[in-house]
Design a protein around this ligand. Structure first.
Ligand code: NG1
Ligand code: ZN
Length: 538
């Protein structure tokens, strides 16, 4: 009878390594889809090991390339509690992906089996899903070959948003425990969100419609499904939801298009001051925007969602009598606009923590608070409630009808907000609840503070690894002398702030600058970019 090793060798022969060097980065593996067969097969092997490491708990595999163009694809693992894969395992994924031959791959796999102290012999379990890309079903075939070869039990959830898969992983592993999260089904996800939304808005029906651009991705059909459960409590208009033509995915629409180009999708027909939102291709990011005075485009990005959420959660904590027991904080990266940081500390009186780029860093830091609000400026984020926060919210005896009312809303929000990962559909409903409660238009939301003019510049460099940062990527240790140059440039501009860091996803150094005026921000960014270029070999 063929052993598991024989089966792995035979299956791997169907998916030869193309000779490329791969790296599991912050977003898993992501590249042109036709390079990914061996990578996805090998991620399947790792998912099986990861499940064995956790005594047969369910591990998730998501096949998506998020906001990338249609011809790309990608794959990432979801850990048992619905979080992103633990960092130390990223290196194992990279090791497996780069084994050149089937034999070498088997050797790496067997070595990991030995080194990882896998404990019990429980059957490994994996669940997986994909976005709407044409290459998705082929890559699922590669994944299944690995799961079959390793004797892993698996369930195919077909098309899902990334956060839906995270939800299902968390539900699967918490069922019957004190952390039980929800029913292990797509329907369970919609019911959880819709019920929480209806409880949270109560009689404060959102005013007017919100138009949601779904990037022609999986968020479209899933949002339409969610709407069925909302019983008309909100008018959501779905646009750019054509998933039958996968070549349209993320093309001239979606959150990344809107954030990068600082404009609405050309197809947008929204009138002045109408609420609009855009999701990305796998619906884990969302940004809001509207046409302001004189047709001026106004973006309400992740910073704005974070400040809005923090302000409302702070109010609810005070109104429900829980201000003392709930430590609320906001986590940002260095890319957060300085005005947003200032607003949180001065106006809201809440602490702000800055972390390195990448949502896993933000998520981790947010867990240090009872209620941790975190968003990247690009719109990926959520609010995490600690176990103690859930206890406090659920056990608190309200002292007045007003307290009871606020407590009910807070409870509903702790159900509405995806605890595993940033979720565009959950974030959409969160923003809608808050605007409805405050009776705010998008203009009122914008008016909370004025963003400092800022500029992001990309400098292509040969060796990005020579840029070594400290202080949550806000300061450079190397190349020697460059930080002093940046400091001295910043000092010449009113409210000047700038930093340079190596991108984790491209061969480039990103320079961010902000200052009191548009011209000064542009000028500062350009000068720092020039200094970065000068500091690198041509
Ligand atoms: P890098 O390339 O490391 O700057 C970019 C985004 C991150 C995050 C990752 C994808 C900026 C400045 N950076 O990272 O926010 O979305 O891609 O995981 O937008
Ligand atoms: Zn995404």
């Amino acid at each position: 009878m063929a052993t598991i090793n024989d089966k792995i060798l035979a299956a791997s022969a169907k998916h030869p390594q193309p000779g490329n060097v791969f790296q599991y980065g912050t977003a898993g593996f992501r590249m042109k889809a036709d390079l990914l067969d061996s990578v996805v097969f090998r991620v399947g092997l790792l998912a099986s090991l990861r499940s064995r490491k956790f005594g047969g708990q369910v591990i998730g595999v998501m096949i998506t390339a998020s906001h990338n163009p249609p011809e790309d694809n990608g794959v990432k693992l979801v850990d048992p509690f619905g979080e992103m894969l633990e960092s130390s395992w990223e290196a194992y994924a990279t090791r497996l992906a780069n084994a050149k031959t089937d034999k070498e791959l088997l050797a790496v796999y067997n070595k990991l089996e030995q080194d990882l102290d896998l404990g019990t012999n429980k059957t490994p379990k994996v669940i997986y899903a994909r976005d709407t890309r044409a290459s998705g079903s082929r890559l699922v075939g590669c994944l299944v070959d690995a799961l079959e070869a390793t004797g892993t039990e698996y369930t195919d959830y077909k098309l899902l948003t990334t956060p839906q898969l995270h939800y299902l992983v968390r539900c699967s592993n918490t069922k019957g425990t004190e952390y039980e999260y929800g029913d292990i089904s797509e329907k369970g996800y919609y019911e959880k969100l819709a019920n929480a939304f209806k409880l949270a808005v109560k009689h404060k029906k959102p005013q007017g419609p919100v138009t949601v651009d779904c990037a022609n991705g999986v968020g479209g059909p899933k949002l339409r499904e969610l709407i069925k459960y909302l019983d008309g409590t909100i008018d959501i208009r779905v646009v750019n939801d054509d998933v039958l033509k996968p070549e349209n995915l993320n093309v001239s629409c979606g959150a990344d298009y809107v954030k990068t180009n600082q404009r609405a999708p050309p197809s947008s027909k929204a009138g002045p001051l109408e609420r609009c939102a855009s999701l990305d291709g796998d619906a884990d990011r969302i940004v809001y925007y509207f046409n302001g005075e004189n047709d001026k485009f106004v973006l309400l990005d992740g910073d704005r969602i974070a400040t809005l959420a923090a302000s409302f959660l702070g109010e609810l904590a005070r109104q429900s009598g829980l201000a003392e027991s709930l430590k609320i904080g906001v986590v940002q990266t260095a890319y957060a606009n300085g005005a947003a940081t200032q607003y949180v500390t001065s106006n809201l009186g809440l602490p702000v923590v800055c972390t390195a780029t990448g949502v896993k860093h933000l998520h981790h830091a947010a867990l240090q608070f009872d209620v941790g609000v975190y968003f990247e400026a690009n719109g990926h984020g959520t609010v995490v409630f600690s176990h103690d926060a859930y206890k406090a919210i659920n056990n608190h005896e309200p002292q007045s009808p007003a307290q009871a009312n606020a407590l009910e809303t807070l409870k509903a929000l702790s159900d509405l907000i995806n605890q595993a990962v940033g979720d565009a559909l959950s974030d959409l409903l969160l923003v809608e609840v808050i605007l409805a409660h405050k009776g705010w238009s998008v203009k009122d939301w914008e008016d909370t503070y004025v963003d400092l003019p800022n500029r992001l510049v990309k400098v292509h460099v040969l060796l990005r690894s020579m840029f070594v940062t400290t202080d949550s990527e806000r300061r450079l240790l190397e190349p020697a002398g460059l930080q002093a140059t940046i400091d001295s440039l910043c000092g010449k501009y009113k409210a000047g702030r700038s930093f340079a860091r190596a991108s984790g996803t491209e061969d480039a150094v990103r320079v961010y600058a902000e200052a009191a005026t548009r011209g000064e921000a542009d000028d500062l960014a350009q000068k720092v970019a020039n200094a970065v270029s000068r500091a690198t070999p041509a």
